[in-house]
Design a protein around this ligand. Structure first.
Ligand code: G3P
Ligand code: CA
Length: 283
């Protein structure tokens, strides 16, 4: 099946939580693997700790992805750093789930010390890669800390030279960074802090499709789920006509990959960037 061209001339491959099908999500190992595979961009969820640090974790609690327990916004960074977010955590979760006492044969790799990834460490890594992998950062629980999350995020992007004034620097003709959220208010706050930052309004599978929340000129792109595009394939054409790119998530099944490519989306967010790159002839 042909891959349709996007307005900027290619389909961007975005590694969801890093190459999270191969390495524990949101670990440096997952991001390094995504870069090694040749992903165009990496996706990362950020949350704020009690003491105001931005950390790369998807859930409100750490229980699923670490050896610890608790709510991130109720814990300090130092407390969170005691937990293991790597393979040891994954193995221990499997043991808990299966009620099996035996040890896992999966040893943590050298690259996978299981350390909590802070946004700071991710930015350090990304800005040191010669390939210039782009960043798609999603703010989570945007109302709890109100503008503190967005202020800390924009300040960090400035500190790492990813924003030149209000606009992101460009790598290979595309902005080096964009910010995504399900919350229109959170994206408004980002744009108020740095007017030129591209923002992506995420749209869930059950969102009424007529609610094109935050289409341009406010947002650069909309981010529908693959489920939403299955229900309303015309969403892509409508978004393009309105001047917005379409960044679809989270596309893992081969039939979904073919489906979204046939629609001409601009970016595909996937746990399997290697498979998608191979499908695009870039593997
Ligand atoms: O990239 C958007 C996608 O990550 C949103 O869903 O739950 O994986 O953060 P979630
Ligand atoms: Ca996300």
């Amino acid at each position: 099946m042909a891959v349709h061209g996007s307005p900027w001339g290619g389909v961007e491959v975005v590694a969801h939580r890093g190459a999270s099908a191969d390495e524990p999500e949101h670990t440096l190992a997952a991001y390094r693997h995504a870069v090694r595979l040749g992903a165009d961009a990496v996706e990362c969820d950020v949350r704020m700790t009690r003491d105001g640090e931005l950390v790369c974790v998807h859930d409100r609690r750490v229980d699923r992805t670490s050896t610890g327990r608790g709510v991130i916004s109720a814990l300090d960074l130092a407390e969170l750093e005691r937990f293991d977010f790597g393979r040891a955590a994954a193995a221990s979760r499997r043991r808990r789930i299966r009620h099996v006492a035996e040890e896992s044969d999966e040893e943590p790799s050298v690259e996978d010390p299981g350390r909590l990834l802070t946004l700071e460490r991710l930015l350090e890594y990304v800005t040191s890669t010669p390939s210039g992998v782009r960043l798609a950062i999603e703010t989570k629980h945007p109302t709890r800390h109100s503008i503190r999350v967005e202020s800390a995020l924009v300040a960090a992007l400035r500190r790492f030279g990813l924003l030149g004034g209000d606009r992101p620097v460009e790598w290979a003709g595309r902005p080096a960074v964009r910010v995504m959220s399900f919350s229109p208010a959170a994206l408004r706050r980002v744009r108020a802090l740095a007017r030129g930052v591209p923002t992506v309004q995420l749209v869930g599978p059950m969102t009424p499709w007529t609610r094109f929340t935050g289409l341009p000129p406010a947002n650069t792109a909309v981010g529908p789920s693959v489920g939403l595009l299955r229900r309303v394939p015309s969403y892509v054409g409508a978004a393009h006509r309105a001047g917005a790119e379409v960044h679809v998530w989270t596309v893992n099944r081969p039939q979904d990959v073919e489906f979204v490519l046939s629609l001409g989306v601009d970016a595909v967010i996937t746990d399997h960037p290697g498979t998608l790159l191979a499908r695009l002839g870039r593997g």
